[in-house]
Design a protein around this ligand. Structure first.
Ligand SMILES: Cc1ncc(COP(=O)(O)O)c(C=O)c1O
Length: 381
C-alpha cells in the first residue's frame, strides 16, 4: 500500500502515533443505524469512546446517550446546561440512560435531582436506589445468552429471567417505578441467535408483567451490534431485519425500543498511524517495536479481546512477524502473528483501521508515554 498523500501530510504535521477520527464516518454510522432500525431510539454508549468531539458530533446528529458514570453524564450535561429547566428535564428523561447496573450511593444521590432512567439487576441495588435515588425510572436488565460474542456480559450482569417477576414486584412494593426491561447479548455479537433468544425471553417477561398490571413501556436491546472488522462478520443489515421483524412480532406498538450501540458507531470512525521505532529478530521471528501499545491505543487487545490489523506502506516479501509496544513490559505485545513485509525499517509507518472503540477510552500513561495524538477530520457537517 502506497502512503496516501493526505496521510503523509498529517504525519508531517502532527507526528505519530496519530489517531485520526473521521466525523463523517461517525455520522454515517449513526445514520445507518437509524435507517435500518427505524423503531429504535439510539443511545450512544459513551464508554466506547468518550472523546468530547465524538459526543458533540452525535449530539448534533440528535443521538441519545448511554452513560456508565456521573462523569459521563456530566459530559452530556455540558451540552444541555443552557437549556431551560423543563427542557433539560425532558432531555435527561428522554435521551439519557444510566446503563451501569451497579451505581455507588454517592452517584445515586447526585443524580436524584435529574429523575434519571437507570438499570438494575438485583434486590440490593433496588434497596440502594430506594434510599438514594427514589426519583429514578427503573429498567430491569436480564441475563441473556451471549454465546460467541467477542466480549461476554452475562457472567457479570443481568437478573436470571426466573427472578424477574419477584424483582418487579419488589420494586413496586418499594414504591419505585419499573419502566422496562433490558439486555446485552455481548459486545461484537456475530451470533444473531443471541438476539433472537434475548428478545423472546424479554417478551415473555414483558407480557407476564403487563398481565399482572405493571405497565412496562420500554425494551432496551443493549449493544453488541457487530463491526465489519473482517469479511467473516455478518452484515448489520441482516441483524437489523431480524430485530425489526422480531420486535414487530413480539412487542405491541406502544412499547418503545431503545438500543445502546457503542462499537458500531465509533469503531470504524478512527485510524491509527504508528511508527516502527525498533526491529529485532527473536527466535527467528521479526519483532517490530512501535510507538504505541497495549497500555495505550491498543488497550482493546487486552480489555476488548480485539485483534488489530496492520498495513504497511511498503511492499516486500511477507512473513509472520510480531508487533509489540514501546513500554518496558514484556506483556506489551500487540500481536504475535501479523503478515508484514520483512523489509520494514525503523522510521517506517503502520496503519491500523477500525480502532475507534475501546481504544483511547481505556488508554493509560504507563511508562510515561502520553498515548496517541488525536486529530479530527470532517468535523463540520
Ligand atoms: C450496558 C452496556 N450497554 C452498551 C454497551 C456498548 O456495547 P457495544 O459496544 O457492544 O455496542 C456496553 C459495553 O460494554 C454496555 O456495558
Amino acid at each position: 500500500m502506497k502512503m496516501k498523500k493526505q496521510v503523509a501530510k498529517l504525519i508531517e504535521q502532527h507526528g505519530t502515533p496519530l489517531f485520526i477520527l473521521d466525523h463523517s464516518k461517525l455520522r454515517q454510522n449513526y445514520r445507518t443505524f437509524k435507517k435500518n432500525l427505524p423503531r429504535v431510539q439510539c443511545y450512544y454508549a459513551v464508554k466506547a469512546n468518550n472523546h468530547p468531539e465524538i459526543i458533540q458530533t452525535l449530539f448534533l446528529e440528535g443521538s441519545s446517550f448511554d452513560v456508565a458514570s456521573y462523569n459521563e453524564f456530566m459530559q452530556i450535561y455540558e451540552y444541555i446546561k443552557h437549556f431551560e429547566e423543563k427542557d433539560q428535564e425532558f432531555f435527561i428523561w428522554d435521551k439519557i440512560i444510566f446503563s451501569n447496573t451497579i451505581k455507588d450511593k454517592e452517584t445515586l444521590r447526585k443524580i436524584k435531582r435529574y429523575r434519571p432512567l437507570v438499570t438494575f439487576d438485583n434486590s440490593d441495588e433496588l434497596k440502594k436506589i430506594k434510599t438514594c435515588c427514589d426519583t429514578a425510572g427503573l429498567i430491569l436488565r436480564l441475563k441473556v445468552p451471549d454465546t460467541g460474542s467477542q466480549v461476554e456480559m452475562s457472567s457479570k450482569f443481568g437478573a436470571e429471567p426466573g427472578d424477574a417477576d419477584a424483582l418487579i414486584r419488589q420494586a413496586h412494593e418499594e414504591g419505585l417505578v419499573i419502566e422496562g426491561l433490558s439486555f446485552h447479548v455481548g459486545s461484537q455479537c456475530t451470533n444473531f441467535d443471541n438476539y433472537t433468544a434475548a428478545l423472546a425471553i424479554t417478551a415473555e417477561i414483558l407480557h407476564d408483567a403487563r398481565k399482572k398490571g405493571y405497565h412496562l413501556k420500554f425494551i432496551d436491546i443493549g449493544g453488541g451490534f457487530p463491526v465489519p472488522y473482517d469479511s467473516q462478520v455478518p452484515e448489520f443489515e441482516k441483524l437489523a431485519n431480524l430485530i425489526n421483524t422480531e420486535c414487530q412480532r413480539l412487542f405491541p406498538a406502544d412499547i418503545e425500543i431503545l438500543a445502546e450501540p457503542g462499537r458500531f458507531l465509533a469503531a470504524t470512525a478512527a485510524t491509527l498511524i504508528t511508527e516502527i521505532i525498533g526491529k529485532s529478530r527473536r527466535d527467528g521471528k521479526i519483532f517490530y517495536y512501535i510507538n504505541d501499545g497495549v497500555y495505550h491505543t491498543f488497550s482493546g487487545v487486552i480489555f476488548d479481546h480485539w485483534l488489530p490489523n496492520f498495513t504497511a506502506f511498503k511492499n516486500g516479501p511477507k512473513e509472520v512477524c510480531a508487533v509489540v509496544g514501546q513500554t518496558c513490559d514484556s506483556f506489551d505485545k500487540i500481536s504475535q502473528s501479523v503478515q508484514l513485509p520483512n523489509n520494514l525499517e525503523i522510521g517506517d509507518y503502520l496503519l491500523t483501521d477500525n480502532i475507534g472503540a475501546y481504544s483511547i477510552a481505556s488508554s493509560t500513561k504507563f511508562n510515561g508515554f502520553d498515548g496517541a495524538r488525536i486529530i479530527h477530520t470532517n468535523l463540520k457537517r
